[in-house]
Design a binder for this molecule. Structure first.
Ligand code: GUN
Length: 284
């Protein structure tokens, strides 16, 4: 039997409705949640992501501000923009779109964002909070992926979870979240030997590789939950890291691309922004 599709469109719409309600309640208290996105340079994929983030804010009644900087911007110029936004009471969330041009220091820039405004959850304080299981901001893509995994209703206790990819944005935080759910977690990466021997054991398989069709049907345990984080472009068409047509015949649940995790990433960003605005309003 073909896998059930985990529909990111429907799930993200539910989250957006909740975010819009919470944003409206804040507005009644005189606070409009505000997200600032800094885009350095004009990478075409980043342009699309940034546009979608701004659109998401507007659709849920939040303020969105995009700060565009030239590809040749210096580290000081970037950090000055971040510090201005840190001081701006109308802005509750700050996001620096990655990747940055190669001459800029990503970690140093992220470290300048006030941790309470770090709606991406990339600041080392928030990364540390996730690692230690204390309350903090959780990165949007793994948070959205976990929401989809939980929507299957399966008991995650003691399940084998395999994450392919060890990035700070997806792989590492995803592993932490699955560990918090009491999964037995394996993180695989480009140096992993005999990858398929790991993936075939996975009850939950998360692919964050960046290679189209990388996960094939023979790598998947029958009945597994397969979460495809990849967003690749092949001949102008968007596809994931999983060979969807073949893997859906083996898996129990699978996320499509497009219409899967990507939609959830933006929904979780909106949720992290309204969370930040509520925290700020609570303090005011
Ligand atoms: N680039 C790719 N994914 C992301 C993300 O989730 N946040 C930011 N800031 N940049 C990204």
């Amino acid at each position: 039997m073909a896998a059930q599709i985990l529909d990111g469109k429907t799930m993200s719409e539910e989250i957006r409705r909740e975010v819009a309600e919470r944003a409206a309640a804040l507005k009644e208290r005189g606070v409009t949640p505000g997200l600032a996105v800094i885009l350095v340079g004009n990478d075409p994929a980043s342009e699309i992501y940034v546009r979608n983030k701004g659109k998401g804010c507007e659709e849920t009644g939040m303020l969105s501000r995009t700060i565009r900087m030239d590809a040749s911007a210096s580290q000081d110029e970037l950090e000055n923009e971040i510090e201005k936004l840190n001081r701006d009471d109308a802005i509750h969330g700050i996001l620096v779109q990655l990747p940055l041009p190669a001459h800029l220091d990503e970690q140093a820039a992220l470290a300048k964002i006030l941790p309470e405004k770090d709606v991406d959850g990339f600041h080392m304080i928030n990364a540390g909070r996730l690692m230690t299981g204390t309350e903090g901001v959780v990165p949007c893509t793994p948070k959205g992926a976990l929401y989809m995994i939980r929507s299957t209703g399966i008991d995650l206790n003691g399940r084998e979870a395999v994450v392919i990819g060890r990035s700070n944005i997806v792989g590492k935080p995803m592993a932490m979240l699955l560990l918090q759910q009491n999964c037995t977690v394996t993180v695989c990466h480009s140096r992993t030997k005999d990858l398929a021997s790991h993936t075939r054991r996975a009850d939950i398989l998360v692919a964050a590789v960046g290679k189209p069709g990388f996960v094939t049907a023979d790598m998947v345990k029958p009945g597994a939950v397969v979460i495809d984080v990849g967003i690749n472009r092949v001949d102008g068409k968007v596809c994931g890291d999983v060979d969807f047509q073949a893997v859906r015949e083996v898996a129990g649940w699978i996320t499509p691309v497009p219409g899967g995790v990507g939609k959830m990433t933006i929904a979780m960003l909106l949720m992290n922004t309204v969370d930040a605005a509520e925290r700020a309003a609570g303090r005011a």
